[in-house]
Design a protein. Sequence first.
Length: 64
Amino acid sequence: MTRLMDIDELADYLRLKRQTLYNWLHQGKISGIKVGGVWRFDRRDIDSWLKSRKRLSKSSGENP
């Protein structure tokens, strides 16, 4: 079974403030599961989301 992170663990993992994560939840940028009134996040889903946001810099040889 997958261990779910709470908002504090996710904030530490992403090095962001909790309020940023709450804003992203409200905006639909990230998804989570509310269990007993507390937001929980599957690390695999967060890692997949991060990979989908990955971009190469122009200095890495990417053509425009």
